[in-house]
Design a binder for this molecule. Structure first.
Ligand code: HEM
Length: 242
């Protein structure tokens, strides 16, 4: 709306509030991520090993950034490796030993590719959001004229889906990474599947309900935005002044 020069004062204030909250959260996110990683290392080492495609148990384990896992040959192609960082992230000590997939029986390993890519997407997008947050912080405290620049507003508009994609990727890491267990080490997902017949119908029903709710939400949001726009629309001269 600011870019479209509609209701600029109102939208500038709303944007600023949302951006401050979002940017503080983006800067704190790696702390929560680090906390989760330490917990996963302790309680679900197979998930951590799959997230990082860490095939061999070793001390001073490298953090693997990106790359294409090749489980057959137990390696990751085209990855950037940072020595000791996985040990540090998992156990707070660069020399600590990190359990690899070689210590997990094949039938107890999660799908490596999906878990690895989802983790890389989540962390990668987290880093992008941190960079945007730093830019916004610079604009807020040092280069105040940036706040009115189109490139900063366009960057935020383009970045809108990033947080959602990172959330879905994070959830994929959690759920795919804990396979084949539904209760870790106690019950397999395959054993938890209900034997009840006709379960597909309730699945279709719930899907229908949620799709309808999503459509209603989209419609309401669209109407709300349009309403705010006409309610507070100021004469062009005043808008320009803002
Ligand atoms: C920046 C570095 C990040 C690190 C190191 C990190 C680390 C982790 C780890 C280790 C898990 C697995 C937790 C588990 O399975 O118990 C996880 C899950 C998750 N992450 Fe991240 N994360 C990062 C960024 C992000 C970002 C930017 C978002 C979203 C905006 C995000 C959203 C999630 C979500 C939704 C889950 C699933 C939580 C659940 O289902 O309980 N993460 N993250």
């Amino acid at each position: 709306m600011i870019l479209r020069k509609k209701n600029v004062l109102f939208h500038r204030q709303s944007f600023q509030i949302a951006a401050i909250f979002g940017c503080v959260a983006a800067l704190l996110q790696p702390l929560s991520g680090d906390f989760s990683a330490k917990d996963v290392a302790k309680r679900q080492p197979a998930k951590l090993a799959a997230m990082e495609s860490h095939f061999k148990t070793e001390k001073r384990a490298s953090l693997i950034v990106g790359g294409i896992p090749d489980p057959e040959n137990q390696k990751v192609d085209y990855a950037v490796k940072i020595p000791g960082l996985l040990s540090f992230m998992a156990h707070g000590d660069v020399d600590a030993e990190v359990k690899g997939l070689d210590q997990i029986p094949l039938q107890d390993q999660p799908p490596i590719g999906i878990t690895h890519y989802a983790f890389q997407i989540m962390v990668g997008l987290g880093m992008v959001m941190m960079l945007i947050a730093l830019l916004f912080g610079t604009a807020l405290f040092i280069k105040k004229d940036w706040l009115k620049r189109n490139w900063l507003l366009k960057l935020f508009a383009w970045a809108t889906p990033i947080g959602f994609i990172a959330v879905e990727a994070g959830w994929t890491v959690t759920e795919v990474g804990r396979q084949p267990w539904i209760i870790h080490g106690v019950m397999r997902t395959a054993d938890a599947v209900t034997p009840m017949p006709g379960i597909a119908y309730s699945f279709y029903l719930f899907t229908g309900v949620y799709v309808s709710l999503a459509l209603v939400t989209l419609f309401m949001l669209y109407r709300q935005i349009k309403m705010v726009d006409t309610l507070y629309d100021l004469p062009t001269g005043i808008k320009e002044a803002h």
